[in-house]
Design a protein around this ligand. Structure first.
Ligand code: 5GP
Length: 237
């Protein structure tokens, strides 16, 4: 397999045709790469959670780049990623609290959508729809389609995670075009890219690593265990 790209937590390999293999490393980073660790098995667990969630979204009508599971990763359609991240928020925490002074824990109903320009150099600054269209990162139609898919995916994941006793607080999405020109939900969906709280407001996501709140791999394992249990219950109901 030819290595196409290596990011902070994943490697993308060309496996021929229009397919890639997305391999999850054990590496975990925060604060734009300033904090780093490589806890054993982190990649394997994160890959499994991501695969399960892509399978769930795909089954429920969201077009994604995901194809099938592999060892420490998954196979996916090759896509050209648009340089815009969509963050959907159900509950206020993280950057919106420090940026706008919104009270932590406030609920957003309907969920709030924000856009960020993908740039490690600039630290992914928040942008508005005008910036995205003006600078040609996406056109109006693409933007509206991404927003629609992000909101639908968030509703599906919020409901599924609620069955696992976890509250989906916020989530980041990336989209890309495949070789046939289809817009697909891409990248990964995992506790590295969303925040989850239990009933007591305890985090089950990368905040455990960001804020040194415990063992991040054990936390991700618990998310996986709860998800598998919730899906089993769904399939027998
Ligand atoms: P915030 O804007 O509060 O920092 O992040 C909102 C949500 O999007 C969180 O769930 C966070 O993990 C996710 N997120 C935002 N930007 C990034 C990013 O560049 N990489 C990853 N992995 N997640 C991000």
């Amino acid at each position: 397999m030819r290595l196409l790209y290596e990011g902070k937590s994943k490697k993308i390999y060309d496996v021929g045709g229009d397919k890639v293999f997305v391999e999850f490393k054990d590496d975990i980073t925060a604060f734009n790469g300033e904090k780093k660790a490589s806890p054993p098995n982190k990649g394997k667990i994160t890959a499994k959670i991501s695969s399960i969630l892509f399978e769930y979204l795909q089954t429920n009508g969201i077009p994604t780049h995901y194809l099938h599971r592999g060892e420490r990763g998954f196979y996916a359609r090759k896509v050209k990623i648009l340089p815009v991240e969509l963050v959907v928020r159900n509950v206020a925490t993280g950057s919106i609290v420090s940026r706008l002074g919104i009270e932590k824990g406030s609920r957003f109903e309907p969920p709030l959508v924000e856009y960020f320009y993908k740039s490690d150099l600039l630290g992914d600054p928040m942008v508005c729809e005008n910036h995205i269209i003006y600078f040609g990162w996406a056109n109006e139609e693409e933007l509206s389609r991404m927003k629609d898919l992000a909101l639908k995916a968030t509703q599906l994941l919020t409901d599924l995670l609620a069955l696992a006793g976890l509250r989906l607080v916020d989530i980041k999405y990336e989209f890309g075009y495949d070789e046939s020109g289809q817009l697909l939900l891409a990248d990964e969906i995992s506790p590295d890219t969303f925040r989850l709280w239990d009933e007591e407001g305890r985090p089950y996501d990368k905040d455990v690593f960001r804020k040194d709140l415990g063992d991040v791999v054990e936390t991700y394992k618990e998310v996986l265990r709860r998800l598998e249990e919730a899906l089993k219950r769904l399939s027998t109901s």
